[in-house]
Design a protein around this ligand. Structure first.
Ligand code: ZN
Length: 507
């Protein structure tokens, strides 16, 4: 179910708050066209350019040069000031206007001509500047395009990811959505009966990056494979050991004896479940902070984190918030004394950047509301599991707890992406009481990572790299270098776009 996107194309990711603002700005007036600007960070990912929307700039009546039911033109001074700001601050720009009289939005011939002219003019602004335009119909259907500097042509913006609930991946009206093939309809018949044709189609197009191929990550990968997700990337530098066989799904004893990378053993197993024509699974036996892993995290539709390390979890949180990718984090813990299981539990957190609490919001609240809702033992375990850093020790691990929590996570992922039921942003599972219950974990609007202003929300690579540089400076031991000793030689980088030579872009 890979998409036939072999040429350069564009994608837009937008926090829900800004999507709502866009809707109200563009479609309050139904008689005349309306225009606004979206100030973005851009990400260059292989053949795609991703616009991460940071801010909406509306127009006042006096900012229009012309405005009617068939045409909308902005005053040149207004646009010039915005372009100047983008050039100074390393930002990108999307122009959006409405065709408010109907659905199934399409650019008009006039739009095409004027956009081409604008794109050629703004070519002189140095990278990372990118320029695109969008047109929206009354139902927020859209068409979009941007300027490909390498081939000097207009290329389509094919999808907009709206970080709301449900998480919507909306495709452009000029992009043909392949429907579920009849063979797959048979394969997923029982599931389509529960999630509907549309739900199954959404899952079949979904690309998920799973970090951690241990007891919980392998269970989540297994369930996502059965669900029929379109693409899985498995990231974990660790190799199998005999002591993993009690909980790592799909791992075989001779693979552990040969100390094969966990992700390779897992990918081999998953590839036996479904025909390769149906999907793709990619094992990456490298540290999650290596550039190749980062590229995969940023291009995934959803990130799943199933790791013990607080450092890695906070890194994933940072990547998710900066790259506007939903992130589902899960952790488990078992407390035992002298071979007696005393306490066990786990939690699943759904981080929808800009909408639900991120790990930093919850960390901030760790002594407050979230922790107040747990028993003292649950609190101690939760702290031990993720929010206080320390050397990893050989904690007790049991497959039944991993399985429950991994599947709680997968259920939240299905709810988030298909909209079949309300998402529970934070769920705690108590093993001894056999109870899963929601915990109130409000987002902190002043969070320096995901908050509403001056945060890292949608800051792309600038945010990730800046944060890490600051973290390294203030506490060199906080973010250790990638563990490459255990990893296989690094696989080649994602196919990169040919360099956008500045020389080609004129001066
Ligand atoms: Zn936050």
């Amino acid at each position: 179910m890979e998409e036939p996107l072999t040429h350069e194309y564009g994608e837009v990711r937008i926090p829900f708050r800004l999507w709502e603002a866009l809707y109200h700005t563009l479609l309050t007036e139904r008689e005349r066209e309306t225009k606004c600007f979206l100030v973005c960070q851009s990400l260059e990912m292989g053949d795609s350019t991703v616009f991460l929307v940071r801010e909406l700039v509306p127009l006042r009546e006096e900012d229009y040069e012309e405005r009617s039911s068939a045409r909308v033109v902005t005053r040149p001074e207004f646009v010039h000031a915005l372009l100047q700001r983008c050039a100074n601050e390393g930002l990108s720009l999307l122009e959006a206007h409405s065709h408010p009289w109907g659905g199934n939005a399409r650019f008009s011939q006039v739009d095409h001509r004027s956009d081409l002219q604008k794109f050629q003019t703004t070519e002189v602004i140095p990278p990372p500047f990118r320029h695109g335009t969008l047109v929206f119909g009354s139902d927020m259907s859209f068409e979009g395009h941007l300027w490909d500097y390498t081939n000097r042509e207009v290329v389509p913006i094919v999808r907009i990811k709206v970080l709301g609930e449900p998480y919507q991946i909306r495709y452009a009206t000029n992009f043909a959505m392949p429907s579920l093939e009849s063979a797959l309809r048979t394969l997923y018949d029982r599931q389509v009966r529960a999630l509907g044709d549309q739900g199954q189609t959404i899952l079949s197009r979904l690309s998920v990056a799973i970090v951690g191929a241990g007891g919980m990550g392998s269970q989540a990968a297994m369930a996502l494979t059965h669900l029929g997700v379109g693409h899985l990337t498995l990231i974990d530098p660790d190799r199998l050991e005999m002591s993993n066989l009690n909980r790592v799904v799909g791992a075989l004893w001779f693979q552990a004896e040969r100390r094969q990378p966990k992700v390779e053993a897992l990918a081999r197993h998953l590839n036996r479940v479904r025909p390769p024509s149906d999907w793709g699974v990619e094992p990456l036996p490298i540290d999650v902070r290596e550039p190749l892993a980062l590229a995969h995290l940023l291009s995934a539709d959803v990130i799943v984190g199933a790791v013990d390390s607080a450092v890695v979890r906070h890194y994933l949180n940072l990547v998710a918030v900066c790259g506007l990718v939903p992130y589902l984090d899960a952790g488990v813990g078992v407390r035992a004394e002298g071979g007696q299981l005393r306490e066990g539990g786990g939690q699943v957190q759904v981080i929808l950047p800009g909408e639900t609490a991120c790990l930093t919001c919850v960390g901030h609240l760790v002594k407050q509301s979230v922790q107040e809702q747990l028993t003292p033992q649950q609190r101690a375990m939760s702290v031990a599991r993720g929010y206080i850093q320390g050397e990893p020790v050989a904690n007790p691990q049991v497959v039944f707890l991993n399985g429950v929590v991994a599947n709680l996570l997968v259920w939240e992922l299905v709810k988030l992406c298909t909209g079949c039921h309300a998402v529970q942003p934070y769920v705690y599972y108590n093993l001894l009481e056999q109870k899963a219950f929601p915990v109130d974990a409000p987002r902190n609007p002043d969070c320096f990572v995901c908050g509403d202003s001056n945060s890292l929300l949608g800051m792309g690579l600038v945010g990730i790299e800046g944060y890490q540089r600051r973290a390294e400076k203030s506490a060199p031991a906080r973010i250790p270098p990638p563990r490459s000793s255990k990893a296989e030689p690094t696989t080649p980088a994602l196919p990169k776009k040919k360099k956008r030579g500045r020389a080609r872009r004129g001066k």
